[in-house]
Design a protein around this ligand. Structure first.
Ligand SMILES: Cc1cc2nc3c(=O)[nH]c(=O)nc-3n(C[C@H](O)[C@H](O)[C@H](O)COP(=O)(O)OP(=O)(O)OC[C@H]3O[C@@H](n4cnc5c(N)ncnc54)[C@H](O)[C@@H]3O)c2cc1C
Length: 472
């Protein structure tokens, strides 16, 4: 990773818009720039582009979409923005939050209309902190499908994606990017000049040193994102005087099946399930959110917990490919009563039975004020768990970092004085997102929101630098 002067550099080629990283952010930026008439090259370090996007559930939050309207869901970008700000303790840049929440719905509709991505809204459960049902996904509810469909769209749009090309160097001329250099598997170095550069190479979750420095609570945790995300964007940014923001911000997840290593949807909790430790006791308010729950789970004996739910909830969870895989892997235990389930889980049966009884008692309270437990979770209105009961052993993991390069509402990277670099943009995990400085600031979907909406904004802005002037 280096930054070098562009003086005396001979470039092998010149492409107007160069994008580093072929995840959701890079591909949406590429599709948008291409639609605006720009020639685009995407450089991807892996032989096959997957990124964290392919590991995700592929759920993108958006407000005011036609899918929400068809389902009778009332929502609006301003309401979505308020949810983001509330979850992130008012820390994100409000202008960026407005920009992303306004743009995301139209981008999803454009991806559906222009590129055939068949999004639909999740109608049967609400994610913590969302004031409306606004998560949109593809039929399999998997990020792998999102990647496959974006790659297919990029191919059809005539976008060049060069794989096995790890970008190592930015060539600068003052504040202006002149080009980049990338390594090929045979060790050779190639250089491309560009008019605009979009950093879409995600954050630093795969860089142990940067995680230890910025997110020490999860430095020993399983990293569940793409290992190729080594933090080059923030390292390059630091070297050129860019502003980084909220580097301690991250998304954890408190429900990764262990040892199967498969994400278990948080609907298991929001629909009335709970988490207990190996002693059969609850240890937190699970409804605060799955991100902050990672650290709570890691504090339990052996750094594991059990997510306990029932077969009705399993029916909802089964819409997710991940959950179906966990079932196929034998990770989901099931039993007709708490004592039998406890023996399968190898936790004390009396303790698990007492925990479930206490939760059911709270769910039965007519008075909402009496339905709150000692951790602050209010169970009023939550459906009771009915046999057969289910349980899955889970651990906490780091999913992705949320801090990154500060950008304006068009995706332009800001310098330390707050002035945009003239032709440098960042999107997705490379940019500082809208989750603030703590795990608890992450609202479900903030990751792909920054990838999809900021990708489109950055793609537009990059293309505007190279678009031929309109005829006079
Ligand atoms: C298990 C899991 C589940 C998740 N579920 C959701 C969800 O449902 N909803 C949601 O909103 N978010 C979710 N997220 C977060 C979401 O996946 C990310 O926020 C999002 O995918 C980031 O997109 P991106 O394009 O910035 O990064 P990526 O998809 O990681 O793409 C970055 C690409 O850049 C490439 N790259 C890196 N460095 C270089 C380099 N130097 N040169 C060339 N290429 C490079 C990488 O190989 C990679 O292909 C989840 C994350 C995980 C791990």
């Amino acid at each position: 990773m280096s930054v070098e002067s562009a003086a005396d550099v001979t470039f092998d080629a010149e492409i107007p818009v160069v994008i580093i990283g072929a995840g959701a952010a890079g591909l949406v930026a590429a599709l948008t720039a291409r639609a605006a008439g720009a020639e685009v090259l995407v450089l991807e370090r892996d032989a096959l582009p997957r990124g964290s996007t392919a590991l995700s559930a592929g759920l993108v939050p958006a407000a005011g979409t036609r899918w929400q309207r068809a389902a009778g869901i009332e929502d609006a970008p301003a309401r979505f923005a308020a949810d983001i700000m509330a979850k992130a303790h008012g820390e994100p840049d409000p202008a960026l939050v407005d920009s992303l929440t306004t743009r995301c719905g139209p981008v999803l509709e454009w991806l559906a209309d222009a590129h055939g991505l068949p999004f639909s809204v999740i109608e049967d459960f609400t994610y913590p902190g969302h004031g409306a049902r606004r998560m949109h996904g593809l039929p399999t509810r998997s990020g792998a499908e999102l990647m496959d469909r974006l790659l297919d769209a990029a191919t059809r749009a005539g976008i060049d994606i060069l794989c096995d090309a790890r970008v190592t160097t930015l060539h600068m001329d003052g504040q202006q990017v002149r080009g980049i250099a990338y390594n090929r598997p045979d060790g050779s170095l190639e250089r491309v000049a560009c008019t605009a550069l979009v950093l879409a190479c995600n954050g630093y979750g795969g860089n142990r040193d940067l995680v230890a420095q910025h997110v020490p609570a999860l430095s020993g945790a399983l990293y569940f994102g793409h290992p190729g995300n080594q933090g080059e964007a923030v390292l390059w940014g630091d070297a050129i005087g860019a502003q980084a923001r909220d580097l301690s911000g991250h998304q954890g997840h408190g429900s990764v099946a262990h040892p199967a290593g498969i994400l278990i949807t948080w609907a298991t909790i929001t629909e009335g399930g709970i988490q207990v430790n190996t002693e059969g006791r609850r240890f937190s308010n699970e409804m605060q959110g799955y991100s902050e729950q990672a650290a709570f789970v890691l504090q339990q004996p052996n750094a594991v917990a059990w997510t306990v739910f029932d077969s009705r909830i399993a029916g909802i969870a089964r819409q997710f490919e991940d959950f179906r895989q966990a079932e196929a892997a034998g990770a989901i235990l099931s039993a007709e009563d708490p004592a039998t389930l406890a023996s399968l889980m190898r936790v004390p049966p009396e303790a698990l039975t007492a925990t479930l009884d206490a939760v059911e008692n709270l769910k039965r309270q007519d008075d909402p004020d009496r339905a709150t437990d000692a951790f602050g979770r209010n169970f009023h209105g939550a459906p009771s768990l009915q046999p057969p009961l289910c349980a899955v052993r889970v651990t906490g993991a780091l999913f992705h970092t949320q801090g990154g390069l500060a950008v304006n509402g068009e995706g332009a990277v800001l310098d330390r004085a707050g002035t945009p670099f003239p032709n440098l943009f960042a999107a997705g995990g490379a940019a500082c997102g809208v989750s603030g400085r703590e795990a608890s600031g992450y609202l479900s979907g903030n990751g792909l929101l920054a990838a999809v909406a900021l990708g489109a904004l950055a793609g537009d802005a990059a293309a505007a630098l190279v678009r031929p002037p309109p005829p006079r």
